[in-house]
Design a protein around this ligand. Structure first.
Ligand code: IPT
Length: 988
């Protein structure tokens, strides 16, 4: 038996599919068909049509919930998820798919309510089914549909019957449409959004579009009402504005001036409840008045430039997959607001329709993207790409129509996006033309239109800082990617956005602040959307029941892309990463600039909202302890303006660091954060120099002689020159370490800066160079051990197998009064060709029945920081457990580095860090695992049991960059081999 012919057909659907329309809240009766359905999974699509038979005995079938993905039900009984980024998990043979095509047959019965309005048509709505489905009602075929994340309605009026009805749906995982749905995510088949039976009264409203606009303080509505004559008169009511319009007939439906009205913005999402009532149906909408406009190279809403501090948001839940969970989604969006995210790109398909209601309500600028990606064609030079093949034109147009029509009423949507990574071609141009004709109020975005032939904004992904700067620089003639000079000039006449940047995989991204600085300098640059908001880990268990978040390859996929699906600002369990805190700092809507004359200039960087919702708190700290605090008197600051405020006189301590902290906090609670939530903050160093307490330096030691045996220096005990005890506990070290467990960015081979300014070697990751040079397997040879009264000196040569590269490490222990000072000098041999991940020393603290519980420190914190992701770190006194010092990234990697530490206490061991000759302070990492152990683990649960805690004091760490998919670490933040000095004093 052959697979059915429709699995070779590029048509988007057939049968009783009706034209798309808005997703409206209506008082017309509806019956949810969510719940338990009968379910049968077959490994192939070549099946008899028995699923539709009324008399079929399905009592032996399983039960499956709708909405759900079958691969996430039954603990593997129905197959497993597959993760690929660009690759197709089936042969590239368009439009065909293999016979090995998991096919789910669904059946259920329902009772047609007896009280539905007479004469009403009956429509069956599917909000999301992956990927192709065929529907029968009472044994009669109703139709076929595709477009997994798009709504489809079938008119079943002629087939539905009073009393009991039998609904059967056959869902194929693979179909021609799969070629159009090659997004970077899990392949998750099934009926995963709601199924609803809807009554459509003959005098009801087929569709309503209340287009709004706003200018100069006043709003208007351009309504579009699609209904039969019998539906009229139709009345529009907006009680909060006193609007009541009654249209006797279709020809009367026309523009309404609503007069003075507060506009809708992402900052102040003012909504107005509206109803549209025909004789047979009332629909409810929430209106926001705003106008979107491109003027020259500016993207404006309500006449003001928008800067997107955005996130690419997939629908992802660790248990439900893409099945919508409204409380979870609401909390996710509230979290975005708390982290100063003001925009969402719905990568790369329309989300559940309720998400747009939440975006309207909480306030986000939304780029609503169509369900389209054909990325897997790229590696064959886009040969056969559906985007330029007339056979697929209907499918493309069907997709964009369903996208725009469903969500057109939302004020939050300020742009339509045709899709993602689908090459270019006539079908994309046709989609754009359709949108331009249908919705003149919103521009069209598509990144793949590099030359700007059919889109309204210039969009790129992962362009480097220098390249982005050139895009934004007036008069620049630097070539633009794939553009002739003329095309490049045209692109520079448009607003620019980074539809993806700052790949947030694992520990990172770095350089958020550098991108943000460009937005301030070049108004053509309108910000961008971080890739991406969340990790897509799927909550799974090992054979012995240990829970973990699975990524590609964990389900035995034939082809997969590993942990590339774990590249979010939020971990799979909703934990915000340090990268998200960095984003919140960099994107903060308020900025502070301290001056030397006792004032601070406060800048309101918002789109249009003044600072009236904020309170400005200040505090002064002496060595991290609060000495004074208060509230600043700050007048209302209009968007785009700055105000200078006098600061109160600060108490200054002669022997402590004095720092001033200013915070902009919410004066009252909002729907997304409590009163007091910190929106922006800044610190200023007010320490008088030099501090009177500047510690004495170790005296010069003379009289060196070779040392042997055991030696005690203060609280330290050495054997053969090696530390074995410190402050009464077993400690060994210091041992030089250059390696860190490579981050995903360290492992990345991307090379996206044509100017080469990031210094990366094309295609070769830093981590592979580190391994090649043996940084992860350094061996040590003690060259000398010498003692003098009150001092010990060791000299060690450090190198790796088969390497002539080496380092000399000198340690010098001296007693300064009753305190023990350690000075470590690290000197590389000539010829080190790579950057180093770190340069530091390791102390081993074996448990000995008393494991280290955590650390207390005075330094930067509270979270980890690295040279190019340090803007959100604040000087203070912090404490954390060992476990809380590390971030459980989905794939274990370098984590936990706290920068610029002054004081540190670990398990009764107190130390004070002293600046090196250039005033630089070390950082520390306290962890239960060595970098070598961390690097060997693919998931957190694979880390070995630990009986030792490791304290690293790092003279320096390499930056993070975002080279997993983007630029490498910027030169300024790269750790080039160089001599470094570490100085610490034990005993506080
Ligand atoms: C880019 C994709 O658009 C996005 O979906 C995601 O896959 C991202 O990469 C990487 O995580 S495309 C890439 C070739 C730049």
């Amino acid at each position: 038996m052959l697979a059915p012919a429709y699995l070779h057909d590029t048509a988007p659907g057939s049968g009783a599919r009706v034209a798309p329309r808005s997703w409206l809240q209506s008082d017309a009766p509806a019956l949810s068909l969510n719940g338990a359905w009968r379910f049968r999974l077959s490994p192939t699509a070549a099946l008899p049509d028995d699923v539709a038979e009324v008399g079929l005995d399905d009592s032996g079938w399983d039960e499956l919930p709708v909405p759900a993905h079958w691969v996430l039900q039954g603990d593997g009984a129905y197959g497993r998820p597959i993760y690929t980024n660009v690759q197709f998990p089936f042969p590239l043979d368009p439009p065909h798919v293999p016979d090995e095509n998991p096919t789910g047959d669904y059946r259920r019965t329902f009772e047609l309510p007896g009280d539905w309005p007479a004469g009403a048509r009956v429509v069956l709505r599917f909000d999301g089914v992956e990927s192709l489905y065929r529907v029968w009602l009472n044994g009669t075929e109703v139709g076929i549909a595709t477009g997994s994340r798009l709504a489809q309605e079938f008119d079943v009026t002629d087939v539905v019957q009073p009393g009991t009805n039998l609904l059967a749906v056959r869902v194929h995982q693979w179909s021609p449409a799969s070629y159009l749905e090659d997004q970077d995510q899990w392949w998750l088949p099934g009926i995963f959004r709601d199924v609803t039976l809807v009554a459509r009264p003959s005098d009801g409203l087929r569709d309503v579009w209340l287009r709004t606009g706003w200018a100069d303080g006043a709003g208007w509505i351009e309504p579009e009402v699609t209904a039969d004559d019998s539906a009229f008169p139709v009345a529009l009511r907006i009680p909060s504005l006193g609007v009541e319009a009654v249209w006797a007939g279709r020809s009367e439906v026309g523009r309404i001036e609503v007069g003075p009205v507060e506009p809708w913005t992402a900052e102040n999402p003012r909504l107005h409840d509206a109803t549209v009532a025909s004789t047979g149906e009332t629909v409810s909408l929430r209106l926001g008045f705003r106008s979107v406009e491109i003027r020259g190279d500016r993207f404006l809403v309500n006449g003001e430039r928008v800067v997107f501090h955005g996130m690419n948001r997939h629908e992802a839940h660790p248990v439900r997959g893409r099945v919508f969970d409204e409380p979870h989604a609401r909390e996710d969006l509230a979290r975005m607001k708390r982290f100063n995210v003001n925009a969402i790109r719905t990568s790369h398909y329309p989300p559940h329709p309720r998400l747009l209601d939440l975006a309207d309500e909480l306030g986000f600028w939304v780029i609503l993207e169509c369900d389209l990606e054909t990325h897997g064609f790229e590696k064959n030079g886009w040969i056969g790409n559906p985007s330029d093949d007339p056979a697929w034109r209907d499918a493309y147009l069907d997709r964009i129509e369903r996208t725009v029509e469903r969500d057109k009423n939302h004020p939050s949507i300020v742009m339509w996006s045709l899709g993602n990574e689908s090459g270019t071609g006539a079908n994309l141009a046709a989609m754009s033309a359709w949108v331009h004709a249908r919705d003149t109020g919103r521009p069209v975005h598509y990144e793949g239109d590099y030359t700007g032939d059919y889109t309204d904004v210039y969009s790129r992904m992962y362009s480097t800082v220098p390249e982005t700067e050139q895009i934004g620089t007036d008069g620049s003639t630097a070539p633009l990617l794939r553009c002739t000079p003329a095309q490049g000039a045209r692109q520079r006449t448009k607003p620019f956005i980074l539809c993806e940047y700052a790949h947030a995989m694992g520990n990172g991204p770095g350089a958020l602040d550098q991108y943000e600085a460009l937005v301030d300098a070049h108004p053509r640059l309108h910000g961008g959307f971080v890739w991406e908001w969340r990790d897509h880990g799927i909550l799974t268990r090992t054979a012995d029941g240990t829970p973990y978040y699975a990524y590609g390859g964990d389900f035995g996929e034939v082809v997969h892309d590993g942990n590339f699906v774990m590249d979010g600002m939020v971990l799979s369990d909703d934990t915000p990463t340090p990268g998200l805190y960095e984003f919140a700092e960099v994107a903060a809507p308020v900025r502070f600039a301290f001056d030397r004359t006792g004032g601070v200039t406060i800048e309101n960087r918002r789109h249009s909202a003044p600072t009236d919702d904020l309170r400005f708190d200040w505090r002064a700290e002496h060595d991290g302890r609060v000495a004074a605090s208060g509230v600043l008197a700050v007048p209302s600051i209009a968007a785009g303006s700055s105000v200078r405020v006098e600061l109160p006189g600060l108490p200054v301590a002669p022997d402590a660091e004095t720092w001033l902290t200013v915070e902009a906090v919410l004066a009252t609670a909002t729907p997304w954060a409590p009163e007091g939530h910190v929106v922006a903050s800044a610190q200023d160093d007010r320490t008088p120099r030099p501090l009177s307490s500047t510690a004495p330096t170790a005296p010069r030691v003379t009289g060196w002689r070779d040392a042997e045996g055991t030696l005690a220096l203060g609280s330290a005990v050495f054997e053969g020159g090696r530390l074995i005890e410190l402050a009464g506990r077993a400690v060994s070290g210091p041992r030089l370490e250059l390696f860190r467990a490579p981050t995903d960015n360290d492992e990345g081979g991307a090379y996206s800066d044509p100017a080469g300014s990031d210094g990366a070697v094309p295609g070769v990751s830093s981590a592979s160079l580190w391994r090649a040079h043996g940084l992860d397997r350094l061996v040590h040879r003690q060259v000398a051990v010498q003692e003098a009264p009150g001092a010990l000196r060791t000299l060690t040569r450090v190198s790796a197998a088969d390497s002539a590269l080496s380092l000399t490490v000198e340690t010098l222990w001296t007693l300064v009064g009753d305190r023990l000072e350690l000075r470590v000098e690290v000197e590389p041999s000539a010829g080190w060709p790579t950057v180093w991940p770190r340069v530091g020393v390791r102390f081993d603290l074996p448990d000995d029945g008393e494991p280290i519980t955590g650390a207390e420190w005075f330094g930067l914190g509270p979270r980890e920081s690295y040279p190019d992701s340090i803007r959100s770190a604040r000087l203070g006194r912090y404490a954390a457990t060992v476990d809380d010092l590390s971030v459980p990234y989905a794939r274990p990697q370098e984590t936990g580095h706290r920068s610029a530490v002054r004081e540190l206490t670990v398990g009764g061991l107190a130390l004070r860090a002293l600046p090196d000759g250039r005033g630089r302070l070390p950082g520390f990492v306290l962890t239960r695992h060595t970098p070598q152990q961390i690097a060997a683990a693919a998931h957190p649960h694979e880390l070995p049991a630990s009986e030792t805690t490791y304290l690293f004091l790092d003279a320096a760490q390499h930056g993070l960059g975002s080279r997993a998919c983007g630029p490498d670490v910027w030169p300024e933040f790269s750790l080039r081999p160089e001599a470094r000095t570490l100085r610490v004093r034990f005993g506080g």
